[in-house]
Design a protein around this ligand. Structure first.
Ligand SMILES: O=C(O)CCC(=O)C(=O)O
Ligand SMILES: [Fe+2]
Length: 428
């Protein structure tokens, strides 16, 4: 075909890469609510009747009272809740101690397409995922309060992120700053809320669970927030899919992918497009692959939990008709070549002696073409974005030296899109 060459392949791969640079790991904004929505009833110790505060027009005295009814907020360190005012200075109230009418459903509808990927226009994609929110805590930050940089503790494997609702109470400072993949963002909810004139509004931000965030010091007034844990859920009947719009980055990615598939110089005999993961996932620590057979949920169970660009790559590839998989990419000096495995490889039973490890690994996984100069066999892998070390896995084997010891092989999980050979499948 005229105009299709290896140079074009590189340009087309670069276009795919560019499509992945525009996303941010959060979504934020203002959301109008009804007048009664922000009335909170909360318990006071020793009192039988609840207190009432309307957070759309709370006085300083009412906010002081709410703050006084809070407990000092702790934070999680290695499975324990720790109180340390150098790290987190704020008041919190657990969900069983307050209630409010505010219904998160409309807000969830706003953030879902962004968190699950899909703001945009005419073209739609079929999907059976949806976001579920669980209310977590009410937080009150008085003058001098803050919460230093942290990531939220995952409350279950299917937790994808957090949603923070900031009420329109008078305050200065207390911006939420975010960091992910070496980039930073500031969500100054106080500034956004102070620009609202009419009906009561709340400010909101939803971000993925591997985003590091900080509540900067509140300089004046009271910053009151409501936090939710966000979970990704699937409609398990498989029939009841949701139609959602394809986002701009998704469209750019789709265009790039279709151009590559149409190019006969690109992986003529098939192979994999590979992407380093942009986010962290609860990778099963227990090896699940033994003698080529999968047990338990394993890596395929992580696929529905993909976030941000990782989710984008999978959604569009499958939309185009390509299969996506998470695989462990093992590179070790011991093996002598790269190996791709469909899950964490169990090697505890292997006794390394004269290449036994390499033989077994090549049987359990798939050798990668080009990683061993002496042997051209193996699957061809084209990396679009670099392998990241956010999702490492490790396995041990019995190593022999002058005495028996434990050897380790290390791998990283990445996302792979299977490309059929020219003339086959969707390239026919
Ligand atoms: O109140 C906020 O803005 C964020 C609170 C937070 O990060 C948390 O509770 O983990
Ligand atoms: Fe947090």
């Amino acid at each position: 075909m005229a105009g299709s060459s290896n140079d074009d392949v590189q340009i087309q791969i670069d276009a795919l890469c560019t499509a992945l640079t525009t996303g941010v790991p959060y979504t934020s904004g203002l959301h109008t609510v009804k007048h009664d929505d922000l009335v909170v009833y909360y318990e006071l110790e020793g009192e039988t009747r609840p207190c009432r505060i309307d957070l759309s027009k709370a006085s300083d005295a009412e906010l002081v009272a709410l703050n006084a009814a809070c407990q000092q907020a702790t934070f999680g360190v290695g499975g324990n809740d720790v109180l340390d005012e150098n790290y987190r200075k704020a008041g919190k109230m657990d969900v069983q101690n307050f209630s409010l009418r505010f219904d998160v459903a409309a807000l969830l509808e706003k953030v879902s397409p962004e968190i699950l990927h899909g703001r945009g226009h005419n073209k739609v994609i079929e999907e059976n995922k949806f976001l579920r929110a669980e209310m977590y805590k009410l937080n009150v930050y008085g003058p001098g309060s803050f919460f230093k940089a942290h990531k939220d503790t995952p409350r279950g494997e299917d937790m994808i992120g957090s949603l923070v609702v900031v009420f329109p109470t008078n305050h200065e400072g207390g911006a939420l700053t975010l960091e992910h993949g070496g980039k930073n963002w500031v969500f100054d909810s106080a500034a956004e809320l102070s620009a609202v004139s009419e009906s009561p509004s709340i400010a909101y931000i939803a971000f993925y669970s591997d985003v590091t965030h900080t509540v900067e010091t509140v300089n004046a007034g009271y910053r009151v927030t409501l936090t939710y844990n966000l979970f990704v859920a699937s409609r398990n009947d498989g029939i009841d899919t949701i139609q959602r719009n394809i986002s701009e980055p998704e469209r750019a990615f789709e265009k790039g992918l279709r151009a590559l598939l149409a190019n006969p110089s690109f992986l003529p005999s098939g192979g994999f497009l590979a992407f380093g993961l942009a986010h962290q996932y609860p990778i099963p620590v227990k090896p699940l692959l033994r003698a080529g057979r999968l047990r338990g949920r394993g890596l395929p169970g992580i696929l529905p939990l993909l976030k941000g660009n990782d989710a984008l790559i999978r959604a569009i590839s499958e939309h185009v008709g390509l299969e996506t998989q998470l695989k462990v990419h093992y590179i070790t000096d011991q093996i002598g070549r790269d190996i791709l495995a469909d899950d964490v490889i169990q090697t505890g039973h292997i006794v390394e002696d004269q290449g036994e490890l390499q033989d077994q690994l090549e049987e359990l996984g798939e050798p990668v073409h080009g990683s061993d100069d002496d042997d051209p066999a193996g699957v061809v892998v084209v990396w679009v974005t670099e392998l990241t070390e956010l999702n490492p896995v490790e396995a041990t084997y019995v190593a022999y030296g002058n005495e028996a010891s434990t050897g380790h092989i290390y791998g990283d999980v990445a996302l792979f899109v299977e490309i059929p050979e020219v003339g086959e499948g969707i390239r026919a």
